[in-house]
Design a protein around this ligand. Structure first.
Ligand SMILES: *Cc1c(COP(=O)(O)O)cnc(C)c1O
Length: 344
């Protein structure tokens, strides 16, 4: 099976399993797991932050960030298609008590004037804006990368309105590799940022959230409160350290494979690749010009041993990762052509 549904489909490699088996471990809740400590120091350093902490998932990194930065009744300003808005069980509302102000931004990016128009003026009866939320790369936006100058401009707006800045960096390292920018140069505009270990980095579990010492101290309180403090979590951290050594530079291969796939899909009559360019490892495909629905194409693909995600009646999503080779991508494109041209 060639699985292009998500880069969460990665399985730990033999080398990663070996690193997990060898991990030096201790009680993580007591800050006594040396491998977790090492991973957190390494990620803090990489993101240019004072401190970091390991959490079980990216969703928990996002939720912890909301509750540390915001008080109930505050407003978080972000793109309407952000992961935190539609794919995290509304934890920000249910647990953080915050309201979301949504910017219509199909590719996940918004500029400073647009942000300014969505940050409410300070009035007693209005929700208090307190957090500006950026996703880089944007998942639903098609793996798009933010430009540094636009991050600088929106962080000026945030400062002018006394708002903090948060970076959902589930695929931050994809953005860093694609734009040839050190992650710390991207993160310097933010008060908190995290990376996912379980997407393109190929680990089975985990995310690492970074910020100031004070932010991380408070994040630790919420990590406990939400049930995210662990014990011998060095077995998770060892996979993360292995991934940082072996799976970061290779993200460029995933990006090349995504472009290779897009190129071949564009050649199929009635098929459109969404967006101007495939910037990283996510390809959205619009099949409204074919005789088939996205669901029909997805089930035909399954019969050929391929999986892609259905993200609307006429939209599919393909995500490349370390479990997918260039020849897998060629096979997927061929299967896609067969699925589209088969009689409806
Ligand atoms: C996957 C994802 C998350 C959630 O990460 P998990 O580790 O699956 O909890 C958050 N934000 C974005 C943009 C994602 O793609």
């Amino acid at each position: 099976m060639i699985d292009l549904v998500s880069d969460t489909a990665t399985k730990p490699t033999a080398g990663m399993r070996e690193a997990i088996a060898q991990a030096d471990v201790g009680d993580e809740q007591r800050h006594e797991d040396p491998t977790v400590t090492l991973l957190c120091e390494r990620v803090a350093d990489m993101l240019g932050a004072e401190a970091a902490l390991l959490l079980p998932s990216g969703i928990m990194s996002n939720l912890v960030s909301v509750v540390v930065h915001c008080r109930p009744g505050d407003e978080v300003v972000t793109a309407a298609n952000a992961h935190v808005v539609g794919s995290e069980g509304a934890g920000a509302a249910a647990i953080g008590g915050v309201q979301m102000a949504l910017i219509d931004a199909p590719d996940g990016r918004f500029d400073a004037p647009t942000l300014k128009a969505h940050v409410r003026a300070n009035r007693a009866r209005a929700p208090r804006p307190s957090l500006i939320w950026v996703e880089n790369t944007s998942n639903a936006g098609g793996g798009t990368c933010w430009k540094l100058n636009s991050l600088a401009a929106i962080s000026d707006v945030a400062k002018a309105h006394d708002c903090r800045m948060h970076l959902d960096g589930a695929r931050l390292l994809n953005a860093a590799i694609a734009t040839n920018t050190p992650p710390a140069d991207i993160c310097r505009f933010f008060d908190s940022a995290w990376i996912d270990l379980s997407k393109g980095l190929g680990c089975p579990i985990g995310s690492v959230l970074a910020g100031s010492r004070a932010f991380i101290d408070e994040a630790w309180v919420w990590k406990h409160r939400l049930g995210g403090a662990m014990r011998q979590a060095g077995i998770i951290a060892a996979a993360g350290l292995y991934a940082l050594d072996h799976h970061v530079d290779r993200l460029a291969e995933d990006h090349a494979n995504a472009q290779r796939l897009a190129q071949q899909l564009r050649d199929i009559s009635g098929v459109k690749v969404v967006g101007d360019a495939v910037e990283t490892n996510i390809v959205f495909v619009d099949v409204s010009g074919t005789a088939h629905s996205a669901a029909e194409i997805a089930s035909a693909l399954e019969a050929y041993g391929m999986r892609m995600g259905v993200s609307g009646s006429s939209k599919l999503r393909a995500v490349t990762h370390l479990g997918v080779s260039a020849s897998d991508v060629d096979a997927a494109a061929q299967a896609f052509r067969r699925a589209v041209t088969s009689p409806s």
